[in-house]
Ligand binder design. Structure first.
Ligand SMILES: [Zn+2]
Ligand SMILES: [Zn+2]
Length: 261
C-alpha cells in the first residue's frame, strides 16, 4: 500500500504532476502539449493511456495546455471548478460532456481510493486552487501559483508527508531584472507568485521535522536559479532542515518518483 508522486516538470513554461496508487493514476495540471506529457510520462514508464483523471488548478496556459488533447485522445475526465472551466474552455477545446467534471473549492471529493481537497490559493486567475491528496495515512499537498500563503492554507496543508511548494523567484533578481514594470508588480503582488523567502517562511511554520519531503516548484527561469531557491529556503526554514528531505523540481524533466509507504 503505497502512493507515488512525481513532478513531471514545473515552471512558468509548464506544470504537470503525476500521482499513482494501486488503483488510481492522476495528473495534477497538464501544462504541456499532449505529446510532451506523453513523453514525460514515458520517462517514468507510465503510459498516458492509463491516466484516470486530470485535476486542474487554474486556467493559465502553463497548467492546461495539453488537458483537452489528453482528454480527447484517451477519454480522460477533467476536474476543475466552474470558474476555471469557464476560463479554460476555449483554450483546451471540446471535451466530451461526460469528461467535464465540475468540483467545488473547499469541498472534499473521492476518486477511487484517493481523497481530494481543493483549497483556495491567491493568484490572478478566476478561482485558483491547490490540492491536498489523501491516501490511507498519507497526505500530499500541491501549492504553487500563489502570491501568499495565509493561515488557512498553512493549517490545511500542515502534516503532509510530501509538499510541492512554489518557490518562484528571488525578489532582488526580479526587481533588478528585465521584466517590464507591470509584470514585476504582478509577480510580487499577493495574487502573483511566491518568492524563495516567502516559501521558506511559510514552510518554517508548517514543517514538523518528521522526514517530510519538500519539493520546490514553479521556479522562474529569469528571476531565480535552482541553487538560489534551494539555499534560500534552506536558510529560511532553519534547523528543521536537518529533519526533512528538501528537493527541487525541474522546469524541463521529471523529478525522481517518490514513493510513500
Ligand atoms: Zn503557473
Ligand atoms: Zn498561474
Amino acid at each position: 500500500m503505497s502512493i507515488k508522486f512525481c513532478s513531471l516538470s514545473s515552471g512558468s513554461s509548464g506544470n504537470c504532476h503525476y500521482i499513482e496508487t494501486d488503483r488510481t493514476r492522476i495528473l495534477v495540471d497538464a501544462g504541456f502539449s499532449g505529446k510532451k506529457i506523453e513523453r514525460l510520462l514515458s520517462l517514468i514508464n507510465v503510459d498516458a493511456n492509463t491516466i484516470d483523471y486530470i485535476l486542474i488548478t487554474h486556467e493559465h496556459i502553463d497548467h492546461v495546455r495539453g488537458a483537452g488533447i489528453l482528454s480527447r485522445r484517451y477519454d480522460i475526465p477533467i476536474l476543475a471548478n466552474k470558474s476555471t472551466w469557464l476560463g479554460m474552455e476555449e483554450v483546451i477545446g471540446d471535451v466530451k460532456d461526460k469528461n467535464i467534471k465540475i468540483i467545488d473549492t473547499n469541498k472534499d471529493l473521492t476518486l477511487n481510493d484517493l481523497g481530494i481537497h481543493p483549497f483556495k490559493i491567491y493568484h490572478d486567475a478566476r478561482e485558483p486552487v491547490g490540492y491536498i491528496i489523501y491516501y490511507k495515512n498519507f497526505k500530499i499537498s500541491i501549492a504553487t501559483d500563489t502570491g501568499w500563503v495565509d493561515n488557512n492554507m498553512k493549517d490545511k496543508i500542515k502534516g503532509s508527508n510530501l509538499y510541492l511548494m512554489e518557490s518562484n523567484h528571488d525578489v532582488k533578481m526580479l526587481k533588478e531584472g528585465n521584466y517590464p514594470w507591470f509584470l514585476k508588480q504582478r509577480v510580487l503582488s499577493k495574487e502573483g507568485h511566491l518568492s524563495n523567502v516567502a516559501a521558506g517562511e511559510a514552510l518554517s511554520e508548517i514543517l514538523l521535522g518528521k522526514g517530510e519531503i519538500v519539493l520546490l516548484g514553479h521556479l522562474s527561469k529569469e528571476n531565480n536559479t535552482p541553487n538560489l531557491a534551494y539555499e534560500t529556503v534552506k536558510k529560511t526554514i532553519g534547523e528543521v532542515y536537518e529533519n526533512i528531505d528538501l528537493n527541487l523540481s525541474y522546469r524541463d524533466r521529471p523529478t525522481k518518483v517518490y514513493t510513500l509507504y
